[in-house]
Structures are given as structure tokens and as C-alpha cells.
Design a protein around this ligand. Structure first.
Ligand SMILES: C[S@@+](CC[C@H](N)C(=O)[O-])C[C@H]1O[C@@H](n2cnc3c(N)ncnc32)[C@H](O)[C@@H]1O
Ligand code: SF4
Length: 465
């Protein structure tokens, strides 16, 4: 950190303010957040939610989780299973994906329409070209993918092949996302993830020649040995590669949940001020190079549909990140996957053995879930509005829920006043406006509407900075 005052991109921050805002808090990819979902939630409830959805014939997003990776990155917070690439792992897993999809859709008379298909992980390109083809065939046998659907996959630059890229294009994928994180050598050594700029440049060429219209890259700030200087070099390399979208995630250090993160040398982690400085400098470089900031941690070229949707106020956010395809329902398939259907959150077991055993016994591999209460729905809408549109309009709230915003949220007013005094929001007659500074700390603003935080304030989330 250079001095105690940081002034960049129309955002003024003092070290004191950063310190007061850097508290454990949810990322709000869902509300209520996953720790609130219950293992008392039953398969009958899930079945009922699926039947209700099927009755309406509403299109869905489909998320399929492929958990396998060949090596563990020490920072990783995803649900992964480390396996050596071999002839049986992928095929066996696909056979269980088929079982789960068949079981989930049993008793449904029509073919679901898919608006968004996302293969996430782990590393979906752990599956060979033939296995990816087999997986896509099995989806096509049971569902109709909409002609304008977003069909996306996450790939690992270190392992994906040119043949896989061409296969993905041939079977209908139109978006590729890849993990990069950081190009600096000392950082890569500390996180156990070596990948050169040359390797990624080659991958960009394969993807572009195959004709994919959109590439997303993931970066992480707050990793060990990162500095403003070395991460600026990474940011400049990314700008040179010119992906359509960039996700710049704050490193979530949660070794009590992910024990391999203890291999990260904590003394090499940047401090609060430095971490924020790294983020702000990368952000400044992206904004100066034709990218728009989308939501908290995403950037898109100004011409990209995500940037257009953001400007038009029609952006949505779910477990797959920000999206322009506002399917209100999504089905999760695969170990640890999450779905949201007819107002129920559901998550499958994270244990691969149990996942297989449940399906062998003809049971949905459910681990936990939650049926949203009317209050949950209201707060979910408010938090979504703040996170995606950086504003809340009281009139719109009233037309949706027929209650007065100020009365309903009288308990949140003290929090909102504090946020206002910190410069995060402006409170107006019409509602709440999140300021440019508040956009960086929108999680803190949203926390004032989270009914569960008040009940369980000791819950341990990653920090908001
Ligand atoms: C499933 S991985 C991406 C695909 C592929 N497995 C890879 O690593 O290239 C999803 C992304 O989550 C992000 N991620 C993983 N662990 C994280 C953590 N602890 N904090 C912040 N972001 C994290 C990384 O940016 C990563 O690229
Ligand atoms: S970051 Fe990607 S490749 Fe690394 S362990 Fe996590 S899911 Fe696997």
C-alpha cells in the first residue's frame, strides 16, 4: 500500500475504512446462503418442487459438475476429487450423471427446455473428447437446448487439448471459461499451479480458430506473493490476450473448510490494504482498456452482451456467476451440484462414494436443501437487486410485495445509515443507490438485509475484502 490513502477510479479509500469493512461475509451467490440449508430437507420436498416446475413447463438452466482434477491447486475452494487421468473414471461418472438425470426427470412428460448449460468443476476437460461427446449426447436425448442457449464449459489451460476445443465447438458449446489466476512465477509456485503465458496464448489461438465467440478468464487477487507490480503484469498480459470477459475473484482463504489451503504460506499473503490495492490497480487497467466493470468482480468488453445487459439493468446472478439468461429455475446435476427449483435450493452430496451409492439404490443424491419462506423471497430480491443493479427502488419493491419498504426493513435502517456515513450508499426518497465506492463493498451493504446473519453472527465466511 502506498500511503494510507488510496484514490483510484473515482474511489477514495482510507486504510481505516478498509479495516472496518473487511469482515467475514457471504458472497451472496444465493440467498439464503448455503450454510442455512438444512439436512432435514427431504427427497419428497425436492420431488414436489421438481413436479411443480415441470407443471409450468418453464425453461431451466442446467449445471453439471465434473469434480475431477489431476492435481490440487492449494488455493482451491471448489468441490474437487483428485484422480489420475485413466480410462474408467470419466466414463463411470457419466453413467451416474445419466442415472441422476433420468431419475430427476422421471415422471415428467415433456422434454425440458434448457436456456443455459454450464459444465463446471473441478475440471470438465478431465473428460476426453469422446466422453464430452457422450455427455452432450445424453443431454440431447433428454432435453431440448434452446437455439440461443448459452452453452459454456470451464477448462484448465494446463490440460485441455486442441482436439477437445474443436470437439466442444462441434457439439454446440459457444462459451469457454478458463482458470488463469496469476502469471507470476513466485505466485504460481506458492499455489502449486504452473502455467505459462505461452501456453495460454496457444489456447486462445485454438479457441479463436475454432470459432468460439466468447472467452472468459478467471483471475484471483490476494494470493501469496502477489504485489501491485507483479499482478499489474498479469493484468496487462490479460488485456493483450483480450478475452471478452474477466472474473477477478477475491481469494477466499477458508482453511477450516478446505484443509489443503493450509499449504498456502499465510505470511506471504498480502495484507488488507495491499490486497485491495492489487484489486484496484488491476481494475483501473481493465477499465482503461475497453472493459466495463460488471457487478462486484466481473469485467466485460463494453460491446459484450453482459456489459449491455448491465447497462440496461437486466443482469442476473446465480451460482454460475453473472448471466444475461435469466432462467429463474436451475437444475444441478453431479456430485455437490446446486439447484434452485420452484423456490427450493437443493444440493447434492459432496461425497463421491455416497453419490454413486444413492444412485445405485435409485435415490436422488440429496444432501441438503431449503424451501424459501415469503420473507426469504423478499430479502433474496433485495439482495439480488443490490448485487446486480447497485440500487433498490422502493416503488418497484412495493409493486412486487405490496408492503412498505421502510416499514418492512425498519430493523435494517441503522445498518443503512452506517453504510451511508461510510460513503457506500446514498439513501433517497426513492430508494438506495450504491456509490462507486459501495460497489466494491456491496457484500457489506447486502449483509444488512440478511436475516440469518443476525441469528448466526458467529458463522465463518471468507472476508469481504
Ligand atoms: C472450477 S475452477 C476453473 C476451471 C479449472 N478447474 C481451472 O482451474 O482452470 C473455478 C474458478 O474458481 C476460482 N477459485 C477457486 N478457488 C478459489 C478461492 N479459494 N478463492 C477465490 N476464487 C477461487 C478460480 O478462479 C477458478 O478458476
Ligand atoms: S482451481 Fe481448478 S484445477 Fe485447480 S484444483 Fe480447483 S478446480 Fe481443480
Amino acid at each position: 500500500m502506498r500511503g494510507s490513502l488510496l484514490h483510484q477510479s473515482s474511489v477514495t479509500l482510507t486504510s481505516e475504512l478498509v479495516r472496518s469493512l473487511d469482515i467475514p461475509g457471504p458472497r451472496y451467490t444465493s440467498y439464503p446462503t448455503a450454510p442455512e440449508w438444512s439436512d432435514q430437507y427431504t427427497r419428497d420436498q425436492y420431488r414436489e418442487a421438481v413436479n411443480q416446475w415441470a407443471h409450468t413447463h418453464t425453461p431451466v438452466s442446467l449445471y453439471i459438475h465434473i469434480p475431477f482434477c489431476t492435481q490440487m491447486c492449494y488455493y482451491c475452494g471448489c468441490n474437487v476429487a483428485i484422480r489420475k487421468a485413466n480410462a474408467t473414471v470419466g466414463l463411470e461418472y457419466i453413467s451416474y450423471i445419466e442415472k441422476e438425470l433420468t431419475l430427476l426427470l422421471s415422471g415428467i412428460s415433456h422434454r425440458p427446455q434448457i436456456k443455459q448449460l454450464h459444465l463446471g468443476g473441478g475440471t470438465p476437460n478431465f473428460l476426453t473428447s469422446d466422453e464430452l461427446r457422450a455427455l452432450k449426447n445424453l443431454i440431447d436425448r433428454t432435453c431440448d437446448i434452446a437455439p440461443d442457449a448459452e452453452v459454456a464449459i470451464e477448462v484448465d489451460p494446463r490440460t485441455v487439448t486442441e482436439d477437445q476445443i474443436n470437439t466442444l465447438k462441434a457439439i454446440g458449446f459457444n462459451r469457454i471459461s478458463m482458470g488463469i489466476q496469476d502469471f507470476s512465477e513466485p505466485v504460481q509456485a506458492a499455489i502449486n499451479r504452473h502455467q505459462s503465458i505461452e501456453l495460454v496464448t496457444q489456447l486462445f489461438q485454438w479457441i479463436r480458430s475454432a470459432g468460439f465467440p466468447s472467452i472468459n478468464v478467471d483471475l484471483i487477487y490476494g494470493l501469496p506473493h502477489q504485489t501491485v507490480e507483479n499482478f499489474s503484469t498479469t493484468a496487462d498480459e490479460i488485456i493483450r490476450l483480450a478475452p471478452e470477459r474477466i472474473a477477478l475473484y477475491s481469494y477466499a482463504h477458508v482453511p477450516w473448510l478446505k484443509s489443503h489451503q493450509s499449504l498456502i504460506p499465510t505470511e506471504a499473503l498480502p495484507g488488507q490494504d495491499d490486497k485491495l490495492g492489487i484489486f484496484l490497480e488491476a481494475r483501473r487497467r481493465f477499465l482503461n482498456s475497453g472493459y466495463d466493470a460488471i457487478g462486484m468482480d466481473h469485467f466485460a468488453k463494453s460491446s459484450d452482451e453482459l456489459a449491455v445487459a448491465y447497462r440496461d439493468g437486466v443482469l442476473h446472478r446465480n451460482f454460475m456467476g453473472y448471466t444475461v439468461k435469466p432462467a429463474t429455475e436451475y437444475l444441478g446435476i453431479g456430485v455437490s451440484s446446486i439447484g434452485y427449483i420452484s423456490g427450493h435450493f437443493v444440493q447434492s452430496t459432496k461425497d463421491l462414494k455416497r453419490y454413486y451409492a444413492d444412485l445405485d439404490n435409485g435415490r436422488l443424491p440429496l444432501e441438503r436443501g431449503l424451501e424459501l419462506s415469503p420473507d426469504d423471497h423478499i430479502r433474496q430480491w433485495v439482495i439480488q437487486s443490490l448485487m446486480c443493479h447497485f440500487k433498490l427502488e422502493k416503488q418497484e419493491f412495493f409493486s412486487r410485495y405490496h408492503v412498505n419498504f421502510d416499514t418492512y426493513f425498519s430493523d435494517s435502517m441503522a445498518h443503512l445509515k452506517t453504510c451511508e456515513s461510510q460513503g457506500l450508499i446514498e439513501l433517497t426518497e426513492q430508494g438506495i443507490l450504491v456509490t462507486p465506492l459501495g460497489r466494491l463493498f456491496v457484500r457489506n451493504v447486502a449483509m444488512g438485509f440478511d436475516a440469518y446473519l443476525k441469528q448466526n453472527s458467529e458463522r465463518r465466511f471468507s472476508r469481504t475484502v
